[in-house]
Design a protein around this ligand. Structure first.
Ligand SMILES: *Cc1c(COP(=O)(O)O)cnc(C)c1O
Length: 397
């Protein structure tokens, strides 16, 4: 391990999380030669049966957390695949009924790019715009629905701002109009209660690696009373009712099951601990000159604090925060070099959207990490503001 790694405070849990040691142990057991290496589809011998038992238990643990039944789950490679399968699969399956979809401009790219693909195929997509706090209203959604609308896709908690949509209200509008509701819950799973029955959700995408589980595994929940089938993205050996064929990744799925089982037990205590840490961070940096909070002040995740700094340059801010592993508005879409489309849609200027920092906390974040982050952030701002002050004095004089 390099010194940089040891000395850098990790506050980027919304990008990914460390794997909980209990999850790792559970996965290692599955990888051990003598234990669960079998193919769960091999029903003719004990190796396959053993693996099938592991899968079954994981399905129970995952389904319990969202109030679903274990056979309403399809295992995938992560939330990106789940989003694609849900949006493309449901839209294609319902294409005879209609070809109109409703979503929100602040969705994850996995949903937006799937919608863009549907537009290429001749579907029509309505993109709702949130208000300045990041929320959409059930009323606006109802107004956007048409007779040919088949699917609505709205994320639960936003990955940049942490803003939480009122999925219960959105779900009830969708039911009234007999339209399917897909929810991307990659950020909210394990931080907020998700209840597919109470919230009237038909399709739910989520993964393990945002919840102290392994990367490369996720699930899609399909409400069996509301949607019997969707069009698959892959074709193969008929596993998972043909909706997502391929040999199941037993160790990954076991890890996801264990990660979500832990959350079932610990979510409440963890959320309140993390939310205290986030408040401590905000108390430490919220008073600094030029700092503003992005997104709704209450209706948001316990684990994300997204701030912008007026008057400083995004890239300089990012460099000045050496020693802090966080995401920045200018880096979120680093490949495009564009400021965050999520922050822009809340009405932020390019400057504020670029000079934004997303702090995200989790299971292994300590008070010492937060105090260190406050110190580094305060020092970085003082440095940048002194610099820009000096620069303007030079220009003026
Ligand atoms: C991380 C994330 C995804 C993508 O999940 P992967 O498992 O990394 O593919 C999708 N949606 C949201 C909201 C996310 O935060």
């Amino acid at each position: 391990m390099t010194d940089d790694l040891k000395e850098t405070v990790y506050l980027d849990y919304a990008a990914t999380t460390p794997v909980d040691p209990r999850v790792r142990d559970c996965m290692v057991m599955c990888l051990e030669q003598s234990e669960g290496f079998g193919n769960p589809a091999s029903s003719t011998h004990v190796y396959g049966e053993q693996a099938a038992v592991v899968i079954r238990q994981a399905a129970i643990d995952v389904a319990t957390l969202i109030n679903a039944s274990p056979d309403e789950l399809v295992w995938t490679s992560g939330a990106t695949e789940s989003d694609n399968l849900a949006v493309l699969g449901a839209a294609h399956f319902k294409a005879m009924k209609g070809r109109h979809i409703v979503t929100v401009v602040t969705e994850h790219k996995a949903v937006l790019e799937s919608c863009a693909q549907l537009e290429q195929e001749g579907f029509t997509v309505t993109y709702l715009r949130p208000d300045g706090t990041g929320l959409i209203s059930a009323k606006d959604l109802a107004a956007a629905l048409r007779p040919d609308t088949t699917l609505v896709s709205v994320m639960h908690a936003n990955n940049e701002t942490g803003v939480v949509q009122d999925i219960g209200a959105i779900g009830s509008v969708c039911r009234q109009h007999d339209v399917l509701l897909h929810v991307d819950a990659a950020q909210s799973i394990g931080k907020l209660p998700v209840d597919v029955i109470a919230q009237q959700i038909d399709l739910l995408s989520f993964n393990a690696h945002k919840a102290c589980g392994p990367k490369g595994v996720g699930a899609l929940y399909l409400n069996r009373e509301r949607i019997r089938r969707i069009e698959p993205l892959l074709y193969g050996g008929g596993q998972q009712r043909g909706i997502r064929p391929g040999t199941l990744a037993v160790h990954q799925i076991a890890g996801m099951g264990e990660a979500l089982r832990i959350l079932g037990d610990e979510m409440e205590a963890e959320a309140s601990r993390v939310s205290c840490l986030r408040d401590r961070l905000w108390q430490g940096i919220g008073q600094l000159p030029g700092v503003v909070l992005n997104g709704h002040p209450e209706q948001r995740l316990c684990s994300i604090l997204n701030v912008s700094v007026a008057g400083v340059e995004g890239e300089s801010l990012q460099f000045a925060l050496d020693g802090l592993a966080v995401s920045s508005g200018s880096a979120c879409n680093s490949s495009s070099g564009e400021p965050s489309y999520v922050l822009r849609s809340l009405g932020l200027s390019d400057q504020l959207a670029e000079a934004s920092i997303r702090f995200s906390l989790g299971r292994f974040t300590t008070e010492a990490d937060i105090d260190q982050a406050i110190k580094l952030f305060t020092r970085a701002l003082a440095y940048l503001q002194a610099l820009s002050c000096g620069a303007s004095m030079k220009v003026n004089g």
